[in-house]
Write a protein that binds this ligand. Structure first.
Ligand code: AMP
Ligand code: MG
Length: 364
């Protein structure tokens, strides 16, 4: 009897020990998870192209010196893109092309050539809703380097500017030069340059074998791998109300990875005409008129940020019905329209694959 009792006590004792060890392992795993989840990101940030940029790295394992070196490499890439594609820098490559006369081949860098080629392709796909030669109209409507205006321009002025606009008036010669068909034709890459710059930073990070990151330039984003909670990246989409402060009142959250995401809207950058109408900074190149500034936004996901950026602008011009029709015809791109109706009613409409590609969650 005594022997059996002793054996039983031994079994209990071993079981207790096993339980305690298991408990210890459980808590240490939980603690590890907690430590990983609460890991802060390595962050690189600064200003470029009139806006802010941020690069977030999770699990980079990067040293302080490595991060400082990467910070410099990112800034160099962004400086290069801005120095080639900004119309606000008077001796940028694009500004020099804009001043060049018609008929003369203007040799350009590989990066500008790439963006122009992509832009001409996107102009064709969007049937000119996105048009990289829209600059004279952007200036006329007061959204370019000539400064703001407080009324719509005259029909004559619009016609005169339209004569200088058209992506079919720009050709690429010998694979390395741009030629304009009319004097006064100008490039404005404001609708794609930020997206392109995001893609360039992504390329840089990948070349350093960095897998888990988010790159953002003024709302144009690329996300890769996992965030620091070992999950998809979460991107907030604002309610498109006038003077919305980014991130303050979200309509929804897009959960996504290994994809680019860009949003266009007329609710932040617009002019109020004397006749009481609001005009957005996005111009319809077919009519020469600034699109109305409804309280609406268009978010596009695509494989590259250049494409997402250009399509978001094009879909703003096209509006909901034509925009959704276009995006359905493009492989690898999806769109979400968010529209304010009345004071506080928000509605959204997505292309057929948007929810599959992103798992979008509404918060309001
Ligand atoms: P985003 O913020 O990407 O929608 O780009 C808007 C900017 O692109 C404007 O500020 C203009 O410089 C330029 N833009 C306006 N309308 C168009 C258009 N239809 N096609 C291409 N670029 C445009
Ligand atoms: Mg754009």
């Amino acid at each position: 009897m005594k022997k059996r009792k002793r054996q039983q006590q031994k079994v209990n004792w071993i079981a207790g020990l096993i339980f305690l060890v298991a408990l210890g392992i459980f808590y240490s795993v939980q603690e590890q998870r907690f430590i990983r989840q609460s890991l802060v990101y390595d962050i690189i940030s600064g200003n470029t192209m009139g806006t802010v940029y941020e690069v977030k790295l999770s699990y980079s394992g990067i040293t302080e010196a490595g991060l400082a070196e990467l910070e410099k490499a990112v800034a160099d890439v962004l400086d290069e893109v801005e120095g080639r594609m900004s119309i606000y820098i008077s001796d940028s490559e694009i500004s020099r092309f804009n001043q060049a006369p018609a008929g003369e081949p203007f040799a350009v860098s590989d990066s500008l050539l790439f963006v122009v080629k992509q832009s001409l392709r996107l102009a064709e796909i969007t049937q000119g809703a996105f048009d990289p030669t829209v600059a004279p109209l952007v200036n006329l409507w007061g959204f370019g380097r000539d400064g703001r205006r407080d009324s719509a321009p005259s029909d004559d002025a619009i016609d005169a500017a339209m004569a200088l606009v058209g992506w079919d008036k720009l050709t690429i010669e010998n694979g390395s030069s741009l030629v304009k068909a009319v004097d006064g034709l100008e490039l404005d890459l404001g609708a794609v340059a930020k997206g392109y710059a995001v893609d360039r930073v992504v390329e840089l990070l990948r070349s350093r074998r960095i897998q888990d990151f988010m790159v953002e330039i003024g709302g144009d984003i690329y996300v890769s791998g996992l965030n620091s909670a070992e999950d998809l990246w979460r991107i907030g989409i604002d309610v498109p109300e006038i003077a919305a402060v980014p991130g303050q009142r979200l309509r929804g959250i897009v959960n996504v990875t290994d994809m680019a995401i860009a949003t266009s809207g007329g609710y932040r950058n617009y002019i109020k005409g004397s006749e009481g109408r609001a005009y957005s900074h996005i111009i319809d190149p077919q009519t020469g008129r600034a699109s109305p500034a409804p309280r609406a936004s268009i978010t596009v996901v695509a494989e590259t940020c250049l494409v997402a950026d250009a399509l978001a602008t094009a879909l703003y011009v096209l509006g909901e019905d034509r925009g959704i029709e276009l995006i359905e015809s493009i492989d690898g791109a999806e769109a979400l329209f968010i529209v304010m109706e009345g004071e506080d009613r928000v509605r959204d409409a997505a292309s057929s694959g948007f929810h599959e590609r992103t798992s979008y969650i509404r918060v309001r």
